[in-house]
Write a protein that binds this ligand. Structure first.
Ligand SMILES: C[S@@+](CC[C@H](N)C(=O)[O-])C[C@H]1O[C@@H](n2cnc3c(N)ncnc32)[C@H](O)[C@@H]1O
Length: 348
């Protein structure tokens, strides 16, 4: 074992430790604002403090502290002071946190508030036991079965997934050359947003969004809403038991990280067998850097898989390359998308 001598110095600061250690103050302030519909209520207006207090049914004791904390965090604008102050959305919160915005990403944050925030409270237990800390812990049922037992929770989960991935789906539609491919099958497609985004951008593509029976009607409605029923079909598929239909492209967004290694390999094998001879598998996840030093969000997403699933974990491009080439794929590539997310692509 190597030992490292660390001499105390005066040129280091505890600020970053404290900022991260107390980071839940900021997290919960933002999540509460979303949960209380603050950004949706503000919409495009600048509202007096009194009106915000009334609309959100806030107790007076800390209403201004709450609103001004959001100002200082950069999530609200304020004109004036104290009770004569008026509050408004910033450009970011107007774009991404109003429920009526087409770019609303609050779904994932609503789920973070209602589920992930309490479940992460027992991270130490998960680290000791290797067991999930979510509904699985109380119900003893498999993750998706436990999650989907409640229709409201199912709806929230699907909206959360779309919020997390929409910017990545858009980025993928711009950066990958879809012209050689005609048919696409999205495995575990949730409410269909990947197929909707790609078919919307590339009129030559015919897509299928496949998921569990409980999810399929929700995907169908979403596709109808986007007017894409002629080019995006839905279907019911249990990818644990069934093979995939043939396609030029198979996509999997945040699928592989839900499962343990044998299950990951089984899904990659199924994709290989279903793809046409020049086809490709596109996987969209928070791919960890090969050195496992830089993508902190990807690494913590893997901890989130500990909290949420029986055996899931996130992985690097190198891991994916090894699994894909062992399944028979010729080669792989990594394409950065937004923030910590990338697409890793395996070519048959
Ligand atoms: C983490 S979500 C990812 C959703 C979406 N692909 C995305 O990128 O946001 C995992 C998806 O896998 C689906 N799923 C879970 N188990 C499945 C199974 N056995 N067969 C088919 N789909 C399944 C879930 O219903 C859910 O939509």
């Amino acid at each position: 074992m190597e030992s490292v001598a660390l001499t105390p110095t005066t040129d280091v600061s505890p600020a970053r430790i404290l900022e991260t250690g107390m980071g839940f103050f900021a997290t919960k302030t933002l999540l509460a604002a979303i949960k209380l519909n603050l950004f949706t209520e503000l919409d495009g207006h600048s509202l007096p403090a009194e009106e915000v207090i009334t609309r959100l049914a806030l107790h007076r004791r800390s209403a201004l502290d709450f609103l001004d904390a959001l100002v200082s965090l950069g999530f609200l604008r304020r004109e004036g002071n104290d009770r004569s102050a008026r509050y408004a959305n910033t450009r970011e919160t107007y774009a991404f946190l109003r429920k009526n915005s087409p770019d609303y990403i609050g779904g994932i944050l609503e789920m973070a508030n209602d589920r992930l925030y309490p479940f992460w409270g027992t991270l130490e237990e998960a680290l000791h036991t290797g067991r999930p800390q979510n509904e699985v812990k109380s119900s003893g049922r498999p993750f998706f079965e436990a999650l989907y037992a409640d229709p409201a929770r199912l709806q929230q989960f699907l909206e959360a997934m779309a919020g997390l991935q929409l910017a990545n789906f858009r980025a993928l539609s711009e950066v990958f050359d879809f012209s050689p491919y005609r048919t696409l099958c999205d495995i575990g497609g949730a409410n269909g947003m990947l197929s909707i985004t790609l078919a919307g951008k590339h009129p030559h593509l015919r897509c299928q969004s496949l998921d569990l029976p409980e999810v399929e009607p929700i995907a169908r409605q979403t596709i109808e809403k986007h007017g894409l029923t002629d080019r995006v079909r839905t279907g019911r598929l249990n990818f644990m038991d069934q093979d995939f239909p043939t396609a030029d492209l198979i996509t999997m967004g945040n699928i592989l990280h839900d499962w343990d290694l044998p299950q990951k390999r089984m899904l990659i094998d199924k994709a290989y067998r279903a793809l046409s001879p020049d086809g490709a598998l596109i996987v969209i996840e928070n791919i960890i850097d090969d050195e496992r030093r830089a993508n902190a969000f990807g690494l913590m997403m893997s901890l989130n898989m500990l909290i949420e699933t029986e055996g899931g974990f996130d992985y690097s491009h190198e891991d994916f390359h090894n699994w894909a080439t062992e399944a028979g794929f010729r080669t792989t590539a990594k394409v950065p998308l937004t923030g910590p997310a990338s697409a890793v692509i395996a070519f048959k």
